[in-house]
Write a protein that binds this ligand. Structure first.
Ligand code: F3S
Length: 286
């Protein structure tokens, strides 16, 4: 058996930075209650570990008290939530990924100039909910090319992408959108880390007999990686950790490809590699 590990698997720059800052809060000695606004990353192990160390997850701000501290995750939050947090005098640690901040800024700027905003992405994803909050929740959110067909004709629109959608989704939607909008300004805001991770996964999955995608079940970028791999490798599985791997699925001569979503810590990737490599007693190539 041979193991191939995709380049750019696991934590991206934005997630690495947010996780580090969250762990930095654990040993502060000012006795402030510290929370993350929603699960910090889509990885249950990391979220549980932070909770065990006193950094709890909350989904709204109603129960926060003055001087509490809140960490904003990479996905960002709507403009109004910043105002609400300020009014409540909550200390903010803003870990919105700079690439997401850029999308919020574009949307806000064009909204103020009178453009209709279109976001290509998942309407229930916190990043999209946050971005939509920078244009008074007025955006059309496109989840599939069919949604583009349902749009009315628009005079002028600005279109952006959720940072983790696939390039194909962007291009297919944009091509149709051009037929629906008189004056269209487009910003392909898929982040570079996403592009690179998806291309590496695609490349490895073409060579693999079995493809393992490691990442949280509720992680949308992991789901997309899985879909990309499935196109090239029928035996693609998604796991959250090494315990979920059933070694009996492997054949002795299999080439096993491994990739991981943006919220998957290195140690979980390593545990998966170890489980397969040790049990099959074969070499690992990066
Ligand atoms: Fe930021 Fe891209 Fe990661 S937008 S959080 S670097 S996937």
């Amino acid at each position: 058996m041979k193991i191939l590990i995709a380049d750019n698997a696991g934590f991206c720059f934005g997630v690495k930075r947010a996780v580090k800052v969250a762990y930095d809060q654990i040993n502060r000695d000012d006795n402030r209650r510290t929370y993350t606004y929603g699960e910090l990353i889509h990885n249950p192990q990391v979220v549980r570990d932070l909770e065990d160390k006193g950094i709890k997850t909350i989904d709204g701000i109603d129960n926060l008290k003055e001087n509490d501290r809140i960490i904003i995750r990479t996905h960002g939050i709507p403009e109004k939530t910043y105002k609400d947090l300020k009014e409540k005098k909550i200390e903010l640690i803003d870990m919105t990924c700079p690439f997401v901040k850029r999308v919020q800024k574009i949307v806000n700027g064009y909204y103020k100039k009178g453009y209709t905003i279109v976001i290509i992405g998942d309407k229930n994803h916190p990043e999209v909910i946050g971005v939509n909050g920078w244009c008074d929740n007025s955006a059309y959110v496109i989840e599939s090319v069919n949604d583009v067909q349902l749009l009315p004709y628009i005079d002028k629109a600005c279109v952006v992408a959720q940072t983790t959608i696939t390039q194909k989704m962007w291009e297919d939607s944009l091509n149709l959108l051009k037929l629906k909008v008189n004056e269209l300004v487009s910003f392909n805001t898929i982040c570079d880390a996403t592009n690179k991770r998806q291309s590496s996964a695609e490349e490895i999955s073409k060579k693999a007999d079995v493809m393992i995608v490691i990442g949280g079940k509720n992680s949308s970028n992991t789901q997309k990686l899985k879909r990309i791999c499935e196109k090239n490798c029928k035996r693609t599985i998604q796991v959250e950790n090494a315990d979920e791997i059933d070694l009996s699925i492997f054949n002795d001569n299999d080439i096993v490809g491994i990739t991981a979503g943006a919220s998957t810590p290195d140690y979980l990737i390593q545990e998966v590699i170890n489980k397969i490599a040790i049990n099959r007693k074969e070499d690992t190539n990066g």
